[in-house]
Design a protein around this ligand. Structure first.
Ligand code: ADP
Length: 485
């Protein structure tokens, strides 16, 4: 991997702890593997609670000074970090693809997307306005100011090893918080590369740490139990989100949670079918189906069901499966064998209950964790993928008759992150957009993520929003000042 990089210094294999490059106290390490080839890229230090506690202590000290600076000073350093990410976009993407598997073009896209959160929030940090309120008594003057929450502990998943960190670090640091990142054990290298650039950009020592480790539960407990940590921000499964919320309850810690989804993708009979197929491919197969906003259930109105299924199967047949580092690859491997097993389980359950495989349906000839992009017809609400995210390249097609039916089915889930539909009738577009119980609705598009818009879910998909002017709110406390004059 090192030989593929223009700047080999970006492949950092030590932890970034309180402003120093460090090994684990006990010298423990773990392996980082390339899911496309199964080979070990390198090892990184396996840190635990004790090192996490040290990072937290350093963060608390650094945060005071950072918060006392002007927003413009903070923005200047964050802007430099952003510029460095973009200057090293190709190398960061190569590292990301090597440890995670997504095609290089998608990885480059993720770096630009991830960096954009740093740029955006560097600017937003200057606009943390307060307010004045007309007094309730003649001698009273009322003010509201907003201040950083303090030290933030962040736990992120492997599917966006760069952007899931920057989406949190951007607003946190811009607001004046300190930030400790616990990346997924599958993908620590992208996080450490971010730390290399943070260091070069001049982020003060201790303000930002990256704690690679396999004891996620222990590090999570330290975040929840250490009183110096004031906020937990998490992206990952709803199950782990629940664990963290329970743990955080003891000290009533602020929490932001970006949890699982089970996105419906609805094609009405007045949709532009060709556009709907393009949208479905982008939405379902991006990152090989491993995003929390990927379409998980595709509902197609009866009149266009067969036509849509045929077009989708044809488009899926054109997708090229391979090593993400190779030119022309559309779909990389899945992250682990466990991920492949989940796809197989959902597929077996569906076919046992009467679904038909229209395309794909098996492990790919490349071996390892490659899987054929798959389309099944005859999906029903009784099947496992109706209630659970597949997180893989499996597109189940459900048939529906009326708007009311499909809204009921689409909303019949504990999740409420992203949803999508294709229709042209204006009145239908409005009504359906309002009726979907989701934090995000894509209308005639399958791609909705951007740093300028609020990303987040309702129901058990989470708490809080990331991106947009609202994203910085999660890292601020409101203080009301009542003055007698
Ligand atoms: P995924 O299925 O995407 O791996 P997880 O929710 O299991 O989703 O993982 C997301 C992140 O949460 C990872 O960084 C993982 O290490 C971490 N994690 C897993 N279990 C726990 C836990 N009990 N406490 C804190 N973090 C955890």
């Amino acid at each position: 991997l090192r030989s593929l990089l223009r700047d080999p210094g970006l492949l950092e294999t030590r932890a970034y702890l309180a402003g120093e490059w460090a090994d684990a106290d006990n010298g423990a390490t773990f392996e980082v593997t390339n899911p496309a080839r199964g080979d070990v890229i390198c090892t990184v230090p396996d840190l635990g609670r004790a090192e996490t506690a040290r990072a937290i202590g350093a963060a608390q000290v650094a945060q005071k000074d950072w918060a006392a600076r002007t927003a413009r000073e903070r923005a200047t350093i964050l802007r430099r970090w952003y510029d460095l990410m973009m200057a090293h976009q190709d190398d960061l993407a190569t590292i990301l693809t090597a440890e995670m598997g997504k095609p290089l073009a998608e990885a480059k896209g993720e770096i630009a997307y991830g960096a954009a959160f740093i740029e955006w929030f560097a600017e937003e940090g200057k606009r943390i306005y307060g307010e004045t309120i007309p007094g309730h008594q003649p001698d009273k003057r009322l003010m509201v100011i907003r201040q950083p929450v303090g030290v933030v502990g962040a736990i992120t998943p492997w599917n966006f090893p760069n952007a899931m960190i920057t989406r949190k670090a951007g607003p946190a640091l811009a607001a004046g918080c300190a930030f400790i990142s616990k990346p997924a054990a599958e993908t620590p290298l992208s996080a450490l590369a971010l730390a290399v650039l943070a260091d070069r950009a001049g982020l003060p020592k201790g303000l930002f740490s990256v704690i690679p480790g396999t004891d996620a539960a222990g590090i999570g407990q330290e975040f929840c139990e250490n009183p110096l940590v004031r906020k937990i921000t998490f992206t990952g499964s709803t199950n782990v989100g629940r664990i963290l919320l329970r743990q955080a309850a003891d000290q009533v810690k602020k929490c932001s949670m970006e949890l699982g989804g089970n996105a419906p993708f609805i094609v009405f009979d007045d949709a532009d079918l060709d556009e709907a197929v393009i949208g479905a491919i982008a939405c379902k197969f991006r990152n090989n189906g491993q995003t929390c906003v990927c379409a998980n259930r595709i509902y197609v109105q009866a009149g266009v069901y067969d036509a849509f299924a045929a077009k989708l199967a044809e488009a899926v047949a054109a997708l090229k499966v391979g090593d993400g580092l190779q030119e022309g690859t559309d779909l990389g491997p899945l992250i682990t064998d466990k991920a492949v097993q989940k796809v197989e389980e959902h597929l077996a359950d569906a076919t046992a209950r009467g679904a038909t495989i229209l395309r794909g349906g098996r492990r790919h000839g490349n071996g390892g964790t490659f899987f054929e992009p798959t389309v099944v017809t005859g999906a029903t609400q009784a099947m496992q993928f109706a209630t659970e995210e597949t997180f893989g390249p499996l597109a189940p097609l459900f048939k529906f008759d009326t708007v009311e039916d499909v809204i009921a089915m689409a909303n019949d889930t504990i999740f409420g992150l992203a949803s999508y539909f294709y229709a042209r009738d204006l009145s239908r577009v409005y009504k359906v957009a309002e009726a979907l119980e989701y934090g995000i609705v894509g209308v005639n598009t399958g791609i909705i993520s951007t740093e300028v818009a609020p990303f987040g879910g309702v129901k058990q998909s989470g708490l809080g929003r990331e991106g947009s002017r609202h994203g910085i709110e999660d890292y601020l406390e409101m203080k009301y000042i009542c003055m007698s004059v």
